[in-house]
Design a protein around this ligand. Structure first.
Ligand code: NAI
Ligand code: HPV
Length: 468
C-alpha cells in the first residue's frame, strides 16, 4: 500500500532536481524555446497512484472572479497552492500576480492579452470557468505552449432560461411596473403589453444556448426562426432563415447568442434596427460588443424598438459593488434612463447549478493537464490523450513535447526517444502548433535528463515536460 507520505518526493531529490533544471536555458519568454524552468521540472513519484509531474505543493494556482467552491476544492485537494480572489484585477496587478503562477482560472471579465501573457513565465494552463474564451489571446497562448480550457455548455441552460424570463418581462413591461411600484406609484396599464403566444422569436447564433432557447420558447407557444452562419438542424418546428434582413423583418423578439468575433462585433447596429419590425424587442446576453449601444438607444427613443434586455456590455465593472458608470461608457446614463429596458449585470450563467458544474468541469480539466498532460477539451491546442501510465513500473516516463508544426520534427523526436521502448505515442497538430505525447519504458533518471536536454535543444521546441 502506498501511504500519503510515499507519494511526495524527498527533499534531497527536490533539491537535486531544482539544481539540475536551474541550469536549463532560461532566456526571454518571447522565444518559443524559452519557457521558465519550473515548467519542465521532473519530479519522480514512485508508486504514486496518479501521475504527478511536480511536487504538487509547488504548483501555484490563481483563481479570479469568484470561481465556484467546487473548483477551488478540487484544486486544493491536489495539494496545489490556491490563491482565490472574488473579482478580476486591473492589468498592472494581474501582471504582477501572473508572473508566479503555473495555472490561472478566470471567468469572462479577465483579459489575458499577449501583453499580460508575455509576463506569465511559469504559466502552463488557463482555465476559463465560463463558455466564452474571447477574453484570452488563444493564439499567443498556443504559440507559447499554454493550454486553454473552458466549460462549453454547463451554463447554456441558465442563459436560455434567463432569456425566456426576459421575453415575458419585456412583453408585459414588467420591469417598469415593478420600478414604479418600488417608487410608490400604482400604474395599471395594458397598452403595449402582449402575450407571447403566437409571436416569433428570432435567434441569432443557433449553438448550445440558441438551441436550448429554441426548445423552451416553442413549448411556450412562440414560433422560432434562427440565423446562423452554419447550416444547422432546426429543433422542433424552428426554421433557419438565410438572409439576415429577412430574419430581422420577421421576428418580434431578436435574441443574440453568437460568440465575440471580429465578424460579430457591432452586428446589430443602426441598419439592423432599421430592418427590424416596429415595436419589436432586442435581447443581448452574448457579448457587449455584438450590439451597437448608441444605435439601440436611438432605436428605442424613436419607438422602433419597444424594449430591450442587456446582460453584457463592452466595458463591465471589475467586481460586485462597483458603479455601472457613464465614465467608462459614455452611454451609461442614457441607458439607465430608457423605459422598458432590462439591465442585468452579466448574470446569464450565474446560477448555483451552472457555477457548481463549471467549477468541477474546468478544475478537472486543469488537474488532468497539469498531472498527465491530457489536452482533451482544450480550445487552442490539439486534443491528445493516452491511457494512464502505470506508475507501478518505476522505469516508465511520459514525454510531452509541444512544438512548432514544421516538417521533420517527429523524425528528430523519435530519434531521441527511440533508444527506449516507446509503449504508446500520440501526436496531433492544430495550425502552427503540434503536441506529442509518448509513454516510454526502460528509462532511468539519468536517461530522462538526457532526453529532456536533447528535446529542449531542438529548434522546433515550444515546451518540454517529462512526467515520471
Ligand atoms: N451572458 C452570459 O452570462 C453568457 C454569455 N455567453 C455568450 O454566449 C455565446 C454563445 O454561447 P454558445 O451558444 O455556447 O456558443 P456556441 O458556440 O455553441 O454557438 C454559437 C453559434 O453562433 C454561430 N455564429 C458564429 N458567428 C456567427 C455570425 N457571424 N452570425 C451568425 N451566427 C454566428 C455559430 O455558428 C454557432 O452556431 C458565448 O460565446 C458567450 O460569449 C455564454 C454563456 C453565458
Ligand atoms: O460563460 C460565459 O461565456 C459567460 O459569459 C458567463 O461569464 P461569467 O462566468 O459570468 O463571467
Amino acid at each position: 500500500m502506498t501511504s500519503a507520505q510515499d507519494i511526495r518526493p524527498r527533499q534531497d531529490e527536490l533539491a537535486a532536481q531544482a539544481q539540475y533544471f536551474s541550469t536549463s536555458p532560461n532566456a526571454s519568454f518571447h522565444s518559443p524555446s524559452s519557457h521558465g524552468s519550473a515548467l519542465t521540472r521532473t519530479i519522480p513519484l514512485p508508486n504514486a497512484k496518479h501521475l504527478k509531474p511536480f511536487a504538487t505543493e509547488d504548483i501555484k494556482v490563481l483563481l479570479l472572479e469568484n470561481v465556484n467552491q467546487t473548483g477551488r476544492d478540487i484544486l486544493s485537494q491536489q495539494g496545489y497552492q490556491v490563491e482565490f480572489l472574488k473579482s478580476s484585477l486591473p492589468e498592472d496587478q494581474l501582471i504582477e500576480k501572473i508572473r508566479d503562477v503555473h495555472v490561472i482560472g478566470i471567468r469572462s471579465k479577465t483579459k489575458l492579452s499577449a501583453r499580460v501573457l508575455k509576463e506569465a513565465k511559469n504559466l502552463i494552463v488557463i482555465g476559463c470557468f465560463c463558455i466564452g474564451t474571447n477574453q484570452v489571446d488563444l493564439q499567443y497562448a498556443a504559440d507559447h505552449g499554454i493550454a486553454v480550457f473552458n466549460s462549453p455548455f454547463s451554463n447554456s441552460r441558465s442563459v436560455a432560461e434567463l432569456v425566456i424570463a426576459e421575453i415575458i418581462v419585456l412583453a408585459r413591461q414588467l420591469g417598469d411596473r415593478s420600478n414604479e411600484m418600488h417608487a410608490g406609484t400604482w400604474n395599471k396599464v395594458s397598452n403595449g403589453c402582449w402575450e407571447i403566444r403566437g409571436k416569433t422569436l428570432g435567434i441569432i447564433g443557433y449553438g448550445h444556448i440558441g438551441a436550448q432557447l429554441s426548445v423552451l420558447a416553442e413549448s411556450m407557444g412562440l414560433s422560432v426562426i434562427f440565423y446562423d452562419v452554419v447550416n444547422l438542424m432546426a429543433l422542433g418546428s424552428a426554421r433557419q432563415v438565410d438572409s439576415m434582413e429577412a430574419f430581422l423583418s420577421e421576428a418580434d423578439f431578436v435574441s443574440c447568442h453568437v460568440p465575440e468575433l471580429p465578424e460579430t462585433k457591432g452586428m446589430i447596429g443602426a441598419k439592423q434596427f432599421e430592418q427590424m419590425k416596429k415595436g419589436s424587442y432586442l435581447i443581448n446576453a452574448s457579448r457587449g460588443t455584438v450590439v451597437d449601444i448608441p444605435a439601440l438607444i436611438d432605436a428605442m427613443r424613436s419607438g422602433k424598438i419597444a424594449g430591450a434586455a442587456l446582460d453584457v456590455y463592452p466595458n463591465e465593472p471589475a467586481g460586485n459593488g462597483d458603479y455601472f458608470n457613464s465614465e467608462l461608457n459614455s452611454w451609461g446614463a442614457d441607458l439607465r434612463s430608457l423605459k422598458n429596458l432590462i439591465l442585468s449585470p452579466h448574470i446569464g450563467g450565474s446560477t448555483e447549478e451552472a457555477q457548481s458544474a463549471i467549477g468541477v468541469e474546468v478544475a478537472q480539466a486543469l488537474t488532468r493537464y497539469v498531472n498527465e498532460g491530457t489536452t482533451l477539451g482544450a480550445v487552442n491546442l490539439p486534443e491528445v490523450a493516452l491511457r494512464s501510465l502505470t506508475m507501478d513500473e518505476p522505469d516508465h516516463a511520459r514525454v510531452i513535447y509541444i512544438h512548432q508544426n514544421i516538417p521533420g520534427v517527429l523524425r528528430k523526436v523519435n530519434e531521441i526517444i527511440g533508444d527506449h521502448n516507446v509503449d504508446k505515442q500520440m501526436t496531433d497538430s492544430r495550425g502552427d502548433v503540434a503536441y506529442l505525447m509518448a509513454d516510454i519504458s526502460n528509462v532511468n533518471t539519468t536517461q530522462i535528463k538526457d532526453l529532456y536536454t536533447s528535446l529542449e535543444s531542438l529548434p522546433s521546441r515550444i515546451q518540454t515536460r517529462i512526467l515520471y
